[in-house]
Design a binder for this molecule. Sequence first.
Ligand code: ZN
Length: 144
Amino acid sequence: MTTQADSEAPVIPHPALWAVLYRSSTPFWEAVGRHELTLQRCSDCKTWRMPPRPMCPRCQSAESEWVPVSGRGTIHSWVTYPESPHPAFEAPYAVILVELDEGPRLVSNPVGIAPDELEIGMPVEVVFEDVSDDFALYKFQRAG
Ligand SMILES: [Zn+2]
């Protein structure tokens, strides 16, 4: 019989919900890797599910579809960190909440917009940034 004490690997807490949440958002990140923005939508009542999840909050359906969205929206809110929260993030570091034209809101970072230029209602559009061979991030720049 193998027990946990037999293993050399560190024990990592792994609540069951983490796996569900990760699986739920995998199609989102796979699309971002292809430089596409897609959101999960209920197949039955057409309610957007953001963040992605296994069940519709409106009609409790477990059926969903991944739908391409425009990548265009407006800044709904933002915050600027005057000091870096981590060495990987150069200060001042801004985080924005973008309301897409389709309605759902995404947390992201601005590209090419100085923190003191950020405004609620500013039109923005998605851009993609490859951070490795198999992973990309979505960010937002001023809409052209
Ligand atoms: Zn639904």
